[in-house]
Design a protein around this ligand. Structure first.
Ligand code: NAD
Ligand code: TDX
Length: 335
């Protein structure tokens, strides 16, 4: 089986590529990645020698119609991770988000339609907006879309296009909306790796606003086992929510990181809040569990964070070249 993985040099995509090569010997992988600031060649250069022949890396844009058409013509299935993915960036300049997340997804859908290729679309729980902190409700596949940021609205638009291409053109597509991922290869602009690498550089963690915002953390490998299950056994046209019951507020995350790294739990600074900052995300994963039998394996958040700290500690060469620029950008934003 040949699988085209868009955004395979990014955080979740690179983890997916490693899992495919490690655990699915009958799968050949082609990565299509633009290598934006978020794409990292070092996330794929560590593929073991005996797997290299099963991996092809193409540098290109998901919005490049000719290139996408050629690649999709040679593939059995597309798993579409490529996106502009950072909320803070989308508040500064939304245009790349419209171009990649909407025009890019449209380009892939058109190619999937022409070649009758199976398509799985990776999306986010942020399309549903946010929940109150004291609300017992969680997001379900029936929750109405209500995105807050340019990022989440562009992802919401891409999801709606996938649904329309299924209905109007019979494209064989599925969608998954996942909660916040953590684990190896995540760009250090994101919360958990930023806090870990700050600590490694002797800088106190920086919490936006009061730090009480809740995210439903899931290990990236649990996200990817769910994606594989949906690709293989999901029903065409369906949306599956992926989450591992990991609701934790940002202060609690920093407290655990601090303890694991040898600092007092409350050793952090408050900085300017994110405009429109979503309060809480929470996933009801019943459909995924009951229909596809999926279960998460990384259910101990503390030990998952300990492994993640170890990974960043041992892979300084992977992130160090990015640190200064990321922090200069945050400093300019008051974060
Ligand atoms: P990331 O920013 O780490 O990686 C994105 C990758 O896409 C990079 O390698 C980048 O170079 C590539 N890319 C960007 N624009 C491109 C283009 N025009 N053409 C080709 N490649 C392009 O993102 P991530 O965190 O790995 O997220 C992957 C997907 O998962 C996204 O669709 C995101 O919306 C979704 N998602 C992420 C999370 C999370 O917690 N990170 C949670 C739920 C869903
Ligand atoms: O320095 C920080 N301090 C801080 O308090 C940063 C970078 C973030 N935060 C807060 C903001 C959020 O409440 O931490 C939380 C997580 O922030 P991000 O890592 O930026 O993630 P989030 O905005 O929740 O979105 C992520 O999960 C859903 C991904 O970036 C998205 O791609 C995905 O769709």
């Amino acid at each position: 089986m040949k699988i085209l993985v868009t955004g395979g040099a990014g955080f979740i995509g690179a983890n997916f590529v490693h899992t495919l090569l490690d655990e699915h010997e009958d799968v050949d992988v082609t990565v299509l990645d633009k290598f934006t600031y978020a794409g990292n060649r070092g996330s794929l250069t560590d593929v073991p020698e005996d797997q290299v022949s099963r991996l092809t890396i193409v540098e290109g844009d998901v919005a490049d119609r000719d290139l996408v058409d050629d690649l999709v013509g040679e593939t059995d299935a597309i798993v579409h991770f490529a996106a502009e993915s950072h909320n803070d960036n989308s508040l500064n300049d939304p245009f790349p988000f419209v171009q990649t997340n909407l025009v890019g997804t449209c380009t892939l859908l058109e190619a999937a339609r022409r070649h009758a290729t199976r398509f799985h679309h990776i999306s986010t729980d942020e399309v549903y907006g946010d929940l109150e902190l004291d609300d017992p409700a969680k997001f379900t596949p029936e929750t109405p879309y209500n995105p807050s940021s340019p990022y989440s609205s562009s992802k919401a638009g891409s999801d709606l296009m996938v649904r329309a291409w299924v209905r109007s053109f019979g494209v064989e597509a599925t969608i998954s909306n996942c909660s916040n991922n953590y684990g190896p290869y995540q760009h250090i602009e994101k919360f958990i790796p930023r806090m870990i690498t700050n600590r490694l550089r002797g800088v106190r963690p920086r919490l936006y606003g009061d730090g009480l915002n809740v995210r439903d953390w899931i290990h990236v490998r649990d996200h990817n086992t769910a994606v594989w299950e949906i690709l293989m056994n999901g029903r065409i046209g369906e949306t599956y929510l992926i989450g591992a019951d990991g609701e934790t507020n940002n202060r609690e995350v920093v407290a655990v990181l601090n303890e694991l790294m040898g600092y007092p739990a409350d050793d952090f600074d408050h900085v300017t809040d994110r405009p429109g900052h979503d309060l809480r995300y929470a996933i009801d994963n019943t459909k995924l569990r009951e229909e596809l039998g999926w279960e998460p394996h990384f259910t101990d958040f503390r030990s998952g964070l300990a492994d993640t700290i170890e990974w960043y500690t041992n892979h300084e060469a992977w992130w160090a070249p990015l640190k200064e620029q990321v922090e200069a950008k945050y400093a300019a934003e008051g974060h």
